[in-house]
Ligand binder design. Structure first.
Ligand SMILES: Cc1cc2nc3c(=O)[nH]c(=O)nc-3n(C[C@H](O)[C@H](O)[C@H](O)COP(=O)(O)O)c2cc1C
Length: 359
């Protein structure tokens, strides 16, 4: 098994120390973060991830629907005993979707199995198991009922809170402005109850992504995680039914995040954490060069195993040595587009050059 201790000699350990980073106001030994996923849902994995060297860990998300079920805001039983959801995150789903029996049962059973109390106990245990920052995570869709438990998250002594705001702008009745308002409502509401540093994880479905991210960065949050990888719908042509794409990213997917980290770095008022498609040290270094404060990995942990952590850190150390970078700060953002007034014009020319040359 590779761990930082066994993996790095003294010289390299000095380089590790120079990977020290500040994220959300927290001190991290390096910018590599284990992103929220099923692997951050067990104490033994959390200890193992810390041992292999990650700078911080984002715990598997609690889903907002659990909170509504527990606060019983979500269920209404009519005179005939028919149960329906009274709270539906109208923000993204129409109430009718939650009224489907299958959706109702799934969420209700899921919430019963995964109670808030269990989650809070898990956060406490996770925090006391490792000496690196532990970040709680909530997957949210509305600004309701936060008072019921937000303070309790703080009491677990976790270091920060990541809000994964999942809004698919597919509701015909809602404008872009309506959808964006939800982000601010959630952030305001959570900030009312929590003094912890907050990071917001978002998708990329905004009509003017650069401006939206810039405005979000000014809303009192400490970090933005770019991007949430959406659930991908697929179609099975044998069963002629709906299916879904791979839950894991591929190593080609990092370029989308890279573009936006590069465009946004230097133009936002909070930290940027790169997420999606980082599977090796090269993609890790690229995100830092583009201006990411930290880089999160999830699929790579599933696909490559936990040894990918010391592998990324060690190879990054070697690369820094080769290029005479003594600290991560000395190369972070070196290739961001912060000096470009209109990156789209540059991209347009590059696009024309590249694609027009292929016949
Ligand atoms: C099995 C699995 C479970 C996940 N669960 C969560 C979750 O609970 N909360 C969350 O914010 N992201 C979750 N994610 C998304 C990851 O944190 C990450 O944003 C996404 O997988 C893209 O990063 P990657 O390319 O490194 O995997 C999950 C990802 C996987 C593969």
């Amino acid at each position: 098994m590779l761990t930082i201790g066994s993996y790095l000699n003294k010289e390299k350990r000095t380089i590790m120390e120079n990977l020290q980073t500040s994220y959300l106001g927290l001190k991290l030994r390096n910018p590599l973060i284990a992103g929220s996923c099923g692997l951050t849902n067990s104490i033994s994995n959390i200890k193992e991830l810390a041992k292999r060297g990650v700078g911080a860990i984002v715990i598997k998300s609690l889903f907002e629907e659990q909170i509504h079920v527990e606060t019983e805001k979500v269920i209404k039983t009519d005179q005939d005993g028919v149960r329906t959801f009274t709270h539906a995150p109208e923000t993204i789903f129409s109430r009718r979707i939650y009224d489907y029996d299958e959706a109702y049962s799934y969420i209700y059973d899921f919430a019963k199995r995964n109670t808030i109390e269990k989650y809070l106990d898990f956060l406490k245990e996770a925090k006391s198991s490792v000496d690196i920052p532990v970040i709680a995570s909530i997957n949210c869709v509305s600004n309701q009922d936060w008072h019921a438990f937000a303070k309790k998250i703080e009491e677990t002594k976790v270091d920060a809170l990541e809000l994964n705001i999942y809004i698919l702008p597919s509701d015909w009745r809602r404008s872009g402005e309506d959808n964006e308002k939800i982000y601010y409502d959630i952030i305001r509401e959570v900030r009312n109850y929590v003094n912890l540093p907050i990071a917001v994880k978002i998708g990329y479905y905004f009509s003017s992504l650069a401006q939206s991210v810039q405005k979000l960065s000014q809303s009192g949050i400490k970090g933005l995680v770019l991007f949430n990888r959406p659930y991908n719908t697929d179609i099975d042509i044998d069963t002629i039914g709906l299916s879904h794409g791979s839950i894991y990213s591929s190593s080609e997917e990092f370029t989308h995040t890279l573009r936006w980290i590069s465009i946004l770095s230097g133009h936002v008022s909070c930290d940027l954490s790169a997420s999606t498609g980082v599977h090796d040290y090269k993609a890790f270094i690229k995100q830092l060069l583009a201006g990411a404060t930290t880089v999160q990995i999830a699929s790579a942990l599933y696909r490559e195993g936990f040894d990918v952590i010391p592998e990324i850190l060690n190879k990054t150390g070697e690369w820094m040595k080769t290029h005479s970078f003594a600290t991560v700060g000395s190369f972070r953002g070196k290739l961001s587009k912060s000096n470009l007034e209109n990156p789209a014009a540059i991209e347009r020319v590059q696009f024309m050059k590249l694609y027009s040359g292929i016949e």
